[in-house]
Design a binder for this molecule. Structure first.
Ligand SMILES: *[C@@H]1O[C@H](CO)[C@@H](O)[C@H](O)[C@H]1NC(C)=O
Ligand SMILES: *[C@@H]1O[C@H](CO)[C@@H](O)[C@H](O)[C@H]1NC(C)=O
Ligand SMILES: *[C@@H]1O[C@H](CO)[C@@H](O)[C@H](O)[C@H]1NC(C)=O
Ligand SMILES: *[C@@H]1O[C@H](CO)[C@@H](O)[C@H](O)[C@H]1NC(C)=O
Ligand SMILES: *[C@@H]1O[C@H](CO)[C@@H](O)[C@H](O)[C@H]1NC(C)=O
Ligand SMILES: *[C@@H]1O[C@H](CO)[C@@H](O)[C@H](O)[C@H]1NC(C)=O
Length: 384
């Protein structure tokens, strides 16, 4: 990971004032005690020094840990692992705001962006990505995941110098999302855009998009798509004359059962999640399945009622260039065709794995709840 900061040398606070005498004594004592014990008796060292600090009291240390000690902090409603902290000090959520290193922390942020726009990018696509970012106002934090190791080159764009950059070579969008977009870390943002790098945005404006998403209460959404190519899922196709739609309007009979991908469905190419929906979706992303295939079919489990809360925004729409991108990264070590083929195969493998895991998880749940009908498959999620 690296930040966009130009000051690559670490910036730290140094104590400028002379340390107090007690600090020096404590440090020296700590050093002496530390060197007096070999590593293997490190625990012993901790205990004896603790006694020392508590004033040489010979009382058994276990009483410090005894629940009858009413001053021993234990707050079960604290986040897991932090029960021994006074709740008032616990900060369980964060954001991606960048602070100054000086001044009053309260005054660091003239503007706290309410939305987060995330792009997974390679430098070859810089013009398209630049055009995409232009459509996001100052109310957005811009975060780039770089899969080609080229980060500094982006500084030719002024916005890049304020953006967050995370660089790890040759990873896929959902690999980054799982690792760097934990819901507690991005908790400050009302909406999170997790977009591909090959989207045409001539007819898209992010602020206008947010207005529509709020108006229609969409927890999970995407802009409608226009494409020179075949559109895989008709529900995503742009419609003329409406602001939002939630169901494919194909020829009667093609979508008889009101299931994804006809409704309660968006693609994973340009999704937009509300804070709550993202908290749910993040948990369902599998650590090892980096392409995210199959996720779109179960997004409905993260919006209630999905019928109304998952939708496609027609009034702000995008064009899908469908350029093979990450694939090109393999050129130097394998033929692009080969690699593209191998990636494609991996995508299908991941889809099969995900479906399998999902079905087992679903069935296990029904069994535990005593709703076993293992043959009641109509309650199971349908995948393609
Ligand atoms: C203190 O409490 C924790 C958890 O309640 C327990 O795991 C640990 O063994 C206790 N330590 C002592 C010294 O009693
Ligand atoms: C706590 O201490 C009391 C007396 O000091 C003792 O009777 C009790 O067993 C201890 N409880 C635990 C959980 O260690
Ligand atoms: C940013 O958000 C504020 C507050 O919601 C709004 O007044 C302003 O118009 C937004 N900026 C843009 C460029 O839309
Ligand atoms: C959209 O519909 C309007 C009339 O409702 C029409 O004038 C316009 O040409 C249509 N646009 C497209 C792209 O179909
Ligand atoms: C090249 O791609 C093929 C898959 O088409 C794969 O089996 C092979 O291991 C790759 N070779 C290298 C050097 O990555
Ligand atoms: C489930 O299958 C068993 C036999 O395999 C059948 O007796 C039972 O009626 C079925 N239950 C339902 C709800 O279809």
């Amino acid at each position: 990971m690296q930040s966009s900061s130009k000051d690559s040398s670490a910036v730290r606070c140094h104590f400028i004032m002379a340390p107090s005498l007690t600090t020096v004594i404590a440090a020296v004592l700590g050093f002496m005690i530390g060197t007096a014990f070999p590593i293997s008796s490190f625990t012993k060292f901790e205990i004896s020094s603790l006694k020392f600090m508590y004033g040489g009291d010979t009382e058994d240390l276990s009483s410090i840990n005894n629940s009858t000690d009413i001053f021993k902090i234990y707050e079960p409603s604290n986040p897991k692992g932090s029960e021994t902290l006074p709740p008032g000090i616990v900060v369980s959520e964060s954001d991606l705001y960048q602070h100054r290193l000086w001044g009053n922390p309260d005054e660091d942020l003239p503007l706290k962006p309410k939305y987060l726009a995330v792009f997974t990018v390679g430098y070859q696509q810089k013009e398209v990505v630049n055009a995409e970012v232009q459509k996001f106002s100052e109310n957005f934090t811009i975060l780039l995941f770089h899969y080609d190791g080229r980060v500094n080159e982006w500084d030719e764009f002024e916005w890049s110098q304020q953006a967050i950059h995370i660089s790890t070579r040759k990873q896929a969008k959902w690999w980054y999302a799982k690792r760097f977009l934990h819901p507690d870390i991005v908790a400050a943002y009302d909406y999170i855009f997790i977009w591909d790098e090959d989207l045409g945005v001539e007819h898209f404006d992010a602020e206008e998009y947010i207005k529509l998403v709020r108006k229609y209460n969409l927890d999970i959404s995407q802009p409608a798509v226009d494409s020179s190519r075949y559109i895989v899922y008709p529900v995503t196709r742009r419609r003329n004359g409406t602001e939002v739609h939630t169901e494919a309007d194909e020829a009667p009979g093609t979508c008889p059962d009101h299931q994804p991908p006809c409704t309660e469905f968006i693609e994973i190419m340009a999704p937009v999640f509300s804070r709550d929906a993202w908290r749910c979706v993040w948990h369902m992303i599998q650590n090892d399945l980096v392409h995210g295939w199959g996720l779109d079919f179960v997004l409905r489990n993260c919006a209630e009622p999905a019928r109304y809360k998952i939708g496609v925004v027609d009034a702000q729409w995008i064009f899908h260039h469908a350029t093979p991108t990450l694939r090109d990264q393999g050129k130097e070590e394998n033929s692009t065709a080969n690699l593209a083929q191998a990636i494609h195969a991996r995508c299908y493998l991941e889809l099969a794995t995900f479906k399998d895991r999902w079905r087992h998880a679903e069935r296990d749940y029904y069994i535990i709840k005593g709703l076993i009908p293992a043959n009641a498959t109509e309650h199971f999620t349908r995948f393609p």
